[in-house]
Each structure stands twice: as C-alpha cells, then as structure tokens.
Design a protein around this ligand. Structure first.
Ligand code: GDP
Length: 539
C-alpha cells in the first residue's frame, strides 16, 4: 500500500514540474528613467488583479530624491526591494517581473538582474526615442540573446514619427523591429492603434481608469471606421501599406532568438496597450529555459532543485540588519524547509525561512519552480553567483561583473583601523556591493562602481558594520579592463612594466586601470597579445 503511494507521488512530480514551468514567465522591465516604467508596472499589476500593489510602486517613487543619509537610503531600499521582484497571475500563468532600478539606484545589480530573466520588456518614451540607459541595458540582454518586447509609451502626447522611432531602435539598438500595433494619430488626436496581425482597431479613450477594456472594431475596411474617422483612416491605410512594405512581419523564431522585437504603441497612464503587452508575454515570451552550469546544461524540468544567487540586498530590515540573497530557481521544485547544498561552502543548509515576492507583500514561500525568484536570508555567507542544489556540483555560469564607470580612492581617518578597512572591503567586494582593486605597486585601494550610489552604500556599511570612518576621494582612473593571456610570462612582463596601473580585484583577477580611453587604446596597441575584457564572469 505504502509502495503504491510512493510510486504514485514520484511519477506525478515530473508532470507537475513540467506544467508549472510551462506556465511561468520571468521578465525584466527596462527603460531610461521617466519613460514610464513605474506607471506600466503598476498597470500590469492592475490588469493581473494585484491592484493593491499600485500604492507600493508609488511609495518607491516618492522615496526617490537623492540623499546621502544612510537611514534614508535604507528606507528607500526597504521599499524599493519589496517592489523589485513581483509575482502575479495572468490568464493562468505565473508572471515574475523583475525591476531594473535606474536613477541613483543604478548599480551592478541592475545589470545582473538581467541574467536572471528569460525575456525583457523595453519601455521607450515615444517623444524621446532610445536613451542612454536603455542602450546599456539592452547590451546586457544581447549577451544572452534575451527576447525583448517593446512598448512605445506616451502616445497621448506629441511624439516622434513612429517609423522614425522604429528606425532608431533598429540602428541604435541593433535589433529588428516588427510592429504589432500601429498608432492612429498621436497627442490630442490619438485615436487608438491598429493591430496588424489581428486586423482590428482598438479605440483609445483618455483617462480610462477601469480595466474593462477598450472598444475593438474588426477590420481596417470596416465602414464604421470611415464614419468615425474620415480624416485619419486614409492616412492609416497609407501608413499600414508603408509599414507592411518597409518593416518585418513578426517572427516568433526571430523574437525567441533575440534578433527581432515585437513593437506595441500605447499609453501606460491611460491603461492603453497594457493588456496587449501581457498577452504578448504570455503567448510569445519563453517559459524558463535551460541554464549553463560548469559541468553540464541544467533543464528547468529536472526533478532536483537548483538555483543561483544573482543579487544581494543589504539592510532590508534596519532593525535586524539582515541581507537577502535573491535566488533564481533553475530546476526542480523548491519546498520550504528542504535541505539544499551551498556549493561554494560545500555545506548543507536547511532553508526554512524564505520569502517570495507576491505583488502585495513579502510572503513566505511554500514552493517554487524554475523561473521563480526566492529570497534567502543571508548572514554574510552568500555571494553573488553562489549556486545551490540538492547535492550535485552545479556551479551556474554567466553571472557577469562589469567594468566600472566610476572610481574612488579610499582613505581612513584613523590609521589604526586599517585591518577593519581591509576586511570590510574584501567582504563587500566579494559580495558584489562594489569592486575593489588593489594596485600591484603600492598606492591606495581603488573602488569601482557602475553607479555612484554604490559608494554611498559602501561608506555607510563600512561605518556601521566595520566601524571604519572612510573618506572617498576622486582618482585619475577613468576606466578599467580585466586582462588575460595564455602566456603567463607575458602577463608578468605587463605587470612589471605597468605596475602603477595594474591591480587585482577581490576575486584575484588582474585588471588594467586606465587614466583615459586614449590611454587604454594605446596600452592595448602596445600589448596586442593580451585580451582586455569589459566584463568578467563570476569565477
Ligand atoms: P519611470 O521613471 O520610467 O518609472 O517613469 P514613471 O512611470 O515614473 O513616469 C514618468 C512620468 O511620465 C510620470 O510623470 C508619469 O505620470 C508620466 N507618464 C507615464 N506614462 C505616461 C503616458 O502614457 N502618458 C503620459 N502623458 N505620461 C505618462
């Protein structure tokens, strides 16, 4: 009897896991500040029924003003973390939405979040077009050929010519555009969008506060349309002809290969075009896929649990000074209370306290599947890139570190605290909070970051957690590259010749710290056998 039950349960598990994986979508939302990411996030949640979230998203916004006060950062982070991963349901699918913080919150975490998603939603302000932060983030998506859905926002305002916008996306972001909806007018004359695949027109109404949906008129040649919009329809037919001739039809295969992006036009603030985005994610975006680990490729439907940490958030709860490690589940089924192996430490840990990120609050996880993000309490023993499994040595690869754009030198006010400073920087460097470079020939430690807020966080944490009052000063370094070469002698020669600008990072990798782009280029020319990397993978 008991045997029967056992067989029954275990034979059911693979089917259950396969079903749960198939209905999951994990995507990151990317944009330049002010394009409407927060507004769109709020609306996505509204359509999914997780309405209570709307307020939380707003709370994050209102805490956004720049500040150097640690408590303020914490407060702000505490709120922003709650909304940095959100899980909600739409049409019987489980959707995990990961935010990529911008503004002064921009840090390496922003990039790394994109290694934990299966697709991306790019929001562009149609009045402005492609902006700087979008370019950076899309570069990261391209490293893994992440499929991207594009939302052209704010059509209720005067925008740039839609064809010109598509042209810009294609030439600047180097991705083919396949318009799926096409705008009819814009600004005060915005009438709606024409769905090129479904041959239907979605009528726009400003200030639409409900999620009932907008009126749909079937067929571009429907006489009703001619009556309603005698002026616009001729123009639309002409444009649609042009679009059919000049742009690419949507190809699911090219989208999944990261070569083509379906483009939707709309107005997030008016809820317009939001349902179409959700449908595109559910219908077209990929379910969680396989992941490379050092020894083999891991399939999401495997029975055994595995996952990796892509982000560590410090001080979620100021009272406990806890840190949360964000783990992406890569395979199997995670259950609360299960024992998993922390591979780097080669230690079994029982995970009894785990949080998930339901749209309304941080909740206890009962179970999770590939694509889900879970939060593990971290008492300083987890690092970015750490992998977890049910025993097998599966170190996931592909978690990148990025060459910093900002540099500081560290000095301490009290020289007796040098040991604490070194310890603090080593740990913060390992954790990925900041990059720490130790020059080969004397000199002070150089810190590198991709966002300036990282320095403030490090200064505050050094003081609070290590009792070190550190002063951060400007430096002549302006860019860094990791250096590699098969010829060890060549590397040693390089180090001896340019010792002042050669340094080692917290993981022991050699880097060249250049004073300018020209300096970097000259050095590269003089040492043609060395490779200079702008990113490195977690070792
Ligand atoms: P984020 O910085 O990308 O998160 O952008 P927000 O969602 O905060 O939006 C920036 C500004 O654009 C806010 O003032 C929004 O109210 C406004 N906004 C967002 N979506 C729309 C839209 O569809 N139309 C118009 N006119 N304004 C919008």
């Amino acid at each position: 009897m008991s045997d029967d039950i056992q067989i029954q349960t275990s034979s059911k598990t693979p089917a259950l896991i396969a079903r749960e994986v198939a209905r999951r979508r994990t995507f990151g939302i990317i944009s330049h500040p002010d394009a409407g990411k927060t507004t769109l996030t709020e609306k996505l949640l509204l359509f999914s029924g997780a309405i209570q979230m709307a307020g939380t998203v707003k709370a994050r916004k209102s805490g956004r003003h720049a500040t150097s006060d640690w408590m303020e950062i914490e407060k702000q982070r505490g709120i922003s973390v709650a909304s940095s991963v959100m899980q909600f349901e739409f049409r019987d699918h489980i959707i995990n939405l990961l935010d990529t913080p911008g503004h002064q919150d921009f840090s390496e975490d922003t990039y790394r979040v994109l290694t934990a998603v299966d697709s991306g939603l790019m929001v562009i302000d149609a009045a402005k077009g492609v902006e700087a932060q979008t370019i950076k983030l899309l570069d990261v998506c391209r490293m893994r050929n992440t499929p991207i859905v594009t939302f052209m926002n704010k059509l209720d305002r005067e925008c740039r010519d839609p064809l010109e916008l598509l042209d810009e996306v294609e030439s600047v972001l180097k991705i083919q555009c396949a318009p799926v909806t096409w705008p009819i007018g814009m600004g005060k004359n915005f009438r709606g969008v024409y769905h090129l695949i479904n041959d239907e027109i979605l009528l726009f109404r400003a200030g639409e506060e409900s999620v009932q949906g907008f009126e749909v008129i079937k067929g571009i040649d429907n006489p009703r349309l001619q009556e309603m919009f005698p002026l616009e329809m001729d123009q639309l037919r002409m444009e649609v002809e042009l679009v059919h001739g000049a742009s690419h039809p949507f190809s699911l295969e090219d989208f999944l290969a990261g070569k083509q992006t379906p483009v939707f036009f709309g107005s997030a603030i008016n809820n317009f075009g939001v349902r179409e985005i959700l449908s595109a994610l559910v219908d077209w975006a990929p379910a969680p896929g396989s992941r490379d680990a050092s020894v083999r490729v891991v399939q999401p439907t495997e029975e055994k649990f595995s996952g990796f940490v892509f982000k560590i958030q410090a001080n979620m709860d100021p009272a406990h000074r806890d840190r949360i490690a964000f783990l992406r589940v890569c395979s199997g089924r995670f259950e609360r209370g299960m024992k998993v192996k922390h591979l780097r430490l080669n230690r079994e840990v029982k995970v009894s306290s785990v949080v998930t990120f339901m749209a309304s609050s941080r909740e206890q996880v009962e179970e999770a599947y590939a694509g889900d993000i879970i939060g593990l309490p971290n008492h300083g023993n987890m690092q970015i890139g750490d992998s977890f499994s049910e025993g097998e040595m599966l170190q996931f690869t592909g978690i990148p570190y990025f060459a910093p754009d900002f540099f500081r030198q560290v000095r301490i006010r009290n020289p007796l605290k040098i040991k604490q400073l070194q310890k603090g920087l080593q740990q913060l460097g390992e954790e990925g909070a900041v990059q720490v470079f130790k020059p080969v020939q004397g000199g002070e430690v150089v810190l590198g970051a991709v966002g300036v807020l990282q320095f403030e966080v490090v200064a505050s944490r050094l003081l609070n957690e290590y009792g070190v009052d550190a002063v951060f000063e400007g430096t002549s370094i302006s860019t860094a590259r990791w250096v590699s070469c098969d010829d060890k002698k060549m590397l040693a020669d390089f180090e001896a010749a340019l010792g002042h600008n050669v340094a080692y990072d917290a993981a022991g990798n050699m880097a060249y710290l250049a004073t300018s782009g020209v300096n970097l280029r000259l050095t590269q020319e003089r040492w043609p056998k060395l490779t200079f990397h702008a990113t490195r993978e977690h070792a």
